[in-house]
Design a protein around this ligand. Structure first.
Ligand SMILES: Nc1ncnc2c1ncn2[C@@H]1O[C@H](COP(=O)(O)OP(=O)(O)O)[C@@H](O)[C@H]1O
Ligand SMILES: [Mg+2]
Length: 376
């Protein structure tokens, strides 16, 4: 019995209401028994019978009147108490229901979510604390739903990405075994290149998961913006020369320090400049520039390459998104994760990143911001 009350919030609420009712009734009964004689006396005195009823030894007619009066009072009190208790009991049932039923609904919904039904929501009634709890509950369910569908999509995307190079490797090996493919250097190099792609993909995925889970340390401090640009230009110059692309930089004179993690900023600049070199044909030009706006420094990487058609611009930072999958593969491109990582890194450092392109064959401009470091 005690166990039952301990385990049921509704029963406990009802019990506490009942205790309050019983205590109220007890106080009512006891108080009325104390007050009754004095009150009777006072009223009788008011009717002109002063001093006739002192205690129980007054005149016998009067004391008989008091006894009858008291009996009828107690009888009325008893019925009234029963009626009041019944009414209070019904009301307290109703009130404890109204508290319990949303809690009950939420616990059922929680169980269903735990069973993997993430579209489960609870009804929000009113705007008290329970309604607030229901709102938060629904927000949590929404978030879980999003995370779950992201996880599904990720697994789908990753298996799809892994399948392409694996199929190529398997095909080449079967060709070799059946003697259809000649065992030449070229064949081995093809297989090696596909294995290399797999390797890059797995590395990218690992980096993406680290960056998206924020499982890395940002070492934010003032960094010289022009030094960043110079470092990356110097690092990628040999690559640009090899592709016969002019790589240069433009630094505005009033450049300040930015508040950033130097390694991560270099990583993003390198990534964007690498893309620009990759998607720009021979004889083209890639320019890295940095200029100051009111609150931050804007870094831009402009190229004269193949450009990005307007309909792709809004998706370009999505993971695994490539404008032209086959072309990206031939061009030695990656898996479409680079820009996703770049965006996550820039946003983690309090900046924004975007792309502009006038379309096919006109080139693209990737721009990101980093906050200015206020040195004093
Ligand atoms: N500078 C650029 N010019 C044209 N297209 C670009 C440029 N940078 C990125 N892209 C397009 O965006 C896609 C995604 O880029 P990214 O995330 O770096 O992936 P990838 O690993 O394929 O380079 C690329 O496949 C390419 O289609
Ligand atoms: Mg890339």
């Amino acid at each position: 019995m005690i166990e039952y009350f301990r385990r049921r919030l509704g029963a406990r609420l009802l019990l506490s209401y009942l205790v309050i009712i019983v205590v109220g009734v007890l106080v009512l009964v006891i108080a009325s028994q104390f007050i009754l004689p004095a009150s009777f006396n006072r009223h009788m005195a008011g009717m002109g019978n002063d001093g006739m009823m002192m205690g129980m030894n007054g005149n016998s007619a009067m004391s008989q009147l008091y006894v009858d009066y008291r009996a009828s009072f107690n009888e009325a009190l008893m019925y009234a108490t029963l009626a009041a208790m019944f009414a209070a009991f019904v009301l307290s049932m109703f009130f404890s229901r109204s508290v319990i039923s949303p809690v009950h609904a939420m616990s059922l919904a929680t169980q269903r979510i735990a069973d993997g039904r993430y579209d489960e929501r609870v009804q929000v009634n009113g705007n008290d604390e329970l309604a607030q709890l229901a709102v938060y509950f629904n927000q949590m369910a929404e978030k879980l739903n999003e995370v779950e569908s992201m996880r599904r999509r990720l697994i789908g995307d990753v298996s799809h990405e892994l399948r392409t190079p694996l199929t190529a490797i398997k095909g080449s090996m079967e060709g070799l075994m059946d003697g259809i493919l000649p065992a030449t250097d070229e064949t081995y190099q093809q297989v090696h290149a596909e294995a290399e792609r797999l390797n890059r993909l797995v590395n990218d995925l690992q980096e993406l998961s680290r960056v998206e889970a924020r499982a890395y340390q940002l070492n934010i401090r003032p960094v010289d913006a022009s030094a960043l640009v110079r470092t990356v230009t110097k690092r990628l110059s040999p690559h640009a020369e090899l592709k016969r692309i002019t790589l240069d930089f433009e630094l505005h004179p009033d450049l300040q320090h930015v508040l950033a993690d130097e390694d991560r900023a270099v990583q993003v600049l390198t990534n964007l400049t690498g893309n620009a070199l990759q998607y720009t044909p021979e004889g083209g030009r890639v320019t890295i520039s940095a200029k100051r706006t009111s609150n931050d420094i804007q870094f831009s990487i402009r190229d004269t390459g193949i450009g990005i058609p307007a309909e792709h611009l809004s998706h370009i930072f999505d993971r695994f998104y490539r404008v032209d999958k086959s072309r990206s593969r031939q061009a030695g491109g990656g898996s479409g994760i680079g820009l996703t990582i770049a965006r996550a890194l820039i946003e983690a450092q309090g900046g924004r990143i975007w792309v502009e392109s006038a379309g096919n064959a006109i080139g693209s401009v990737f721009t990101f911001t980093l906050p200015i470091a206020r040195l004093n």
